[in-house]
Design a protein around this ligand. Structure first.
Ligand code: ZN
Length: 495
C-alpha cells in the first residue's frame, strides 16, 4: 500500500482493513415492490484506474453513513470488507463487491485526484437483445431519445411510461420505466422535449414480451441527460447515411387500457371465413379479428402448464433424471411459474371453431394469474377447469388471430389467439388494480393484469399447433397438482 490506499483491482477477500480512494458516482435505494419499504442503499465507487465496485448498505447502517455520502464527492474509505459479487442483478460487472463495517471510516477528500465523474457499461443494442431473460447483469444503454409516452397506470396499479432510444446506426430500443423511475424521467421533460436529447439509462433488465424485446427499469435505474461523456460523443457521430430525421422527441400516446389493443390492420372475418382463408402469393400472414362468443372450454388438456419463469416457454423433461429444464434458457437457474393454456369453443352466426388462448391473453380475460387460483381454490386441479376460468364462458369477445401458412395447415381444428378484448356487457365495471380480495369477475380485460409488473410474459404459442383438441383424450387425469414433474411430462405428451 505505497500511497496509503489500494486500488479496487488490488482488493482481495483476505483482508477486511482495506483502504480505498474513490469517487461515489451513483447511489440508489432498492425498494421492495410490495411493501414500498427500502431494502438497502447501493453505492457505486470508482477509482483512479477507472475500476468500479458495488457497495450495499444495510438499513441499519444508514444512520452511520448517510450524512457522509454525496454523489460526486471523493473519499478515503478505510476498513472495507471485500466479498464476492452477487450472482444476480449486478449493477456493475466484476466478481468483487464491498461491505461497509461497523469500523469503516468514510473521509471526504477535497484533493482533485482525477477520478472521472461517470462510468457506464453501455451495451450495444444488438447485444442487449441477446440478454433477454438474463438476470445476472443489469444493462446500461445510451441513445438519442426519439419517442416517449405519458405516464400510464396499469390495471394492477403500477405506473409506467415507455421511451424509445436510437443509436448512431438508427437502431432503436424500447425501455419501460416503472413507478418512481418514470416520474423521475418525466420531471426532466423540460430537457428532453428539446432536440437532440442524449440519455444514458443504467441498471435495466432485458425482456422479451411476446415477440417484442424491451428493457425494463429496476431500482438501480438512473438517467443521465446530455452529459459530457465519450459515449454521448460516439452517439453524435452518426454513421454515414444515418442522419437523424426528426430532432425533437415525439410524444406517443399509450393505447388506453380496457382490453388488449386489437390492431387496426386486422381484417374482420367470420368463423366460416377463417376455415376458407388462403394465403395469396407474396402474403405470409393474415392478421384478422373475429367477433364471437365463448361457448365452452375443452378440458382434455387441462388449463395451465409449468413454464420457465425467465421466458415463459414450456418446461421440458431433461434426460432420464426426471428433472425439468428450459431449452431456451440453458444458462439460467431453473425457476418455474404456471401459465394458462385454455382451449375453447367459440361461435358466431356462421359457425364454431376451437381457439387456444395462452397466458397473457387468458390472464387479461380471466383477471387473475394461474398461481392465484392454485393458492385460493382448494378444488383446483390440472384437469378440472376452475370456476374462475369457466366464468369466461358466455363472454362476447373480439379475438385477434394471425393466420400463417403454418397455422392454416394445422389450424383447421384450432386457432391460436394473439390478442383478445371483451365486448363489455352492461354490468361490466372498470378494470381495477389486481388484489386478492377482488371479485374475479370484474371486467379485467386490459393488457396489464399481471400482478407483478415485471412478470410480463411470452408464451410458446407454437407448441400446440399440431394438436387436434377434439381427438386426444388425456390419459392421466388422476395426477395431482403438486406433482410438477409429471405435469410437465403430460405437457410433453401432447406433441
Ligand atoms: Zn426459459
Amino acid at each position: 500500500m505505497p500511497n496509503g490506499y489500494q486500488l479496487i483491482r488490488e482488493l482481495t477477500t483476505e483482508n477486511d482493513d482495506n483502504t480505498i480512494r474513490v469517487r461515489l458516482i451513483r447511489m440508489w435505494d432498492a425498494i421492495n415492490r410490495n411493501t414500498k419499504l427500502t431494502i438497502s442503499r447501493n453505492l457505486i465507487l470508482l477509482d483512479e484506474k477507472d475500476d468500479d465496485i458495488h457497495v450495499t448498505l444495510r438499513v441499519n447502517q444508514f444512520d452511520q453513513f448517510n450524512s457522509k455520502l454525496h454523489v460526486g464527492d471523493t473519499y478515503f474509505i478505510s476498513n472495507v470488507k471485500v466479498l464476492p459479487a452477487a450472482d444476480s442483478y449486478k449493477p456493475v460487472p466484476g466478481n468483487k463487491a464491498l461491505n461497509f463495517q461497523r469500523n469503516t471510516i468514510v473521509k471526504k477528500t477535497t484533493d482533485d485526484i482525477g477520478i472521472p465523474a461517470y462510468k457506464f457499461h453501455c451495451l450495444p443494442f444488438d447485444q442487449a437483445k441477446t440478454r433477454a431473460g438474463n438476470i445476472v447483469n443489469l444493462i446500461d444503454v445510451a441513445g438519442r431519445l426519439i419517442e416517449f409516452t405519458e405516464l400510464q397506470t396499469t390495471t394492477n396499479g403500477s405506473e409506467k411510461m415507455e421511451i424509445l432510444l436510437e443509436n448512431q446506426w438508427s437502431e432503436t430500443i424500447k425501455i419501460t420505466l416503472w413507478e418512481d423511475k418514470a416520474k423521475t424521467f418525466i420531471a426532466e421533460d423540460s430537457t428532453y422535449k428539446n432536440s437532440n436529447t442524449y440519455v444514458i439509462v443504467t441498471g435495466t433488465l432485458a425482456k422479451n414480451i411476446g415477440r417484442q424485446f424491451l428493457l425494463s427499469s429496476t431500482s438501480s435505474t438512473q438517467f443521465y441527460f446530455n452529459i459530457k461523456h465519450p459515449t454521448v460523443m460516439d452517439l453524435k457521430n452518426r454513421q454515414p447515411g444515418r442522419e437523424a430525421t426528426n430532432d425533437i422527441p415525439k410524444f406517443v400516446p399509450f393505447v388506453q387500457a380496457g382490453g388488449q389493443d386489437i390492431s387496426k390492420d386486422a381484417k374482420d372475418m367470420t368463423i366460416a371465413e377463417l376455415f376458407d382463408a388462403k394465403l395469396d402469393d407474396n402474403i405470409t400472414q393474415i392478421l384478422c379479428s373475429v367477433k364471437g362468443t365463448i361457448t365452452g372450454i375443452i378440458p382434455n388438456f387441462g388449463w395451465f402448464y409449468t413454464a420457465c419463469k425467465n421466458c415463459h416457454k414450456k418446461m421440458q423433461m431433461s434426460g432420464t433424471s426426471g428433472s425439468k429444464k428450459c431449452l431456451h434458457c440453458p444458462n439460467q437457474p431453473t425457476t418455474t411459474t404456471y401459465a394458462y393454456m385454455v382451449i375453447m369453443n367459440v361461435k358466431d352466426s356462421t359457425g364454431s371453431a376451437t381457439f387456444v388462448m395462452f397466458d397473457k391473453q387468458a390472464k387479461s380475460l380471466i383477471g387473475v394469474p394461474v398461481q392465484h387460483i392454485l393458492d385460493t381454490d382448494e378444488e383446483a386441479s390440472p384437469y378440472k377447469i376452475p370456476i374462475v376460468v369457466n366464468n369466461i364462458i358466455g363472454k362476447d369477445c373480439i379475438f385477434q388471430l394471425k393466420l400463417t401458412a403454418h397455422s392454416l395447415d394445422y389450424g383447421k381444428e384450432q386457432f391460436t389467439i394473439t390478442k383478445v378484448t371483451e365486448l363489455k356487457s352492461q354490468e361490466a365495471t372498470d378494470p381495477k388494480p389486481f388484489n386478492h380480495e377482488e371479485n374475479h369477475q370484474a371486467a379485467s380485460t386490459s393488457t396489464e393484469t399481471t400482478r407483478k409488473r415485471n412478470a410480463e410474459e411470452s408464451v410458446d404459442s407454437d407448441s400446440l399447433h399440431k394438436t387436434n383438441a377434439g381427438t386426444i383424450t388425456h390419459k392421466n387425469k388422476q395426477r395431482k397438482l403438486n406433482d410438477e414433474n409429471h405435469h410437465t411430462n403430460n405437457q410433453g405428451d401432447k406433441e
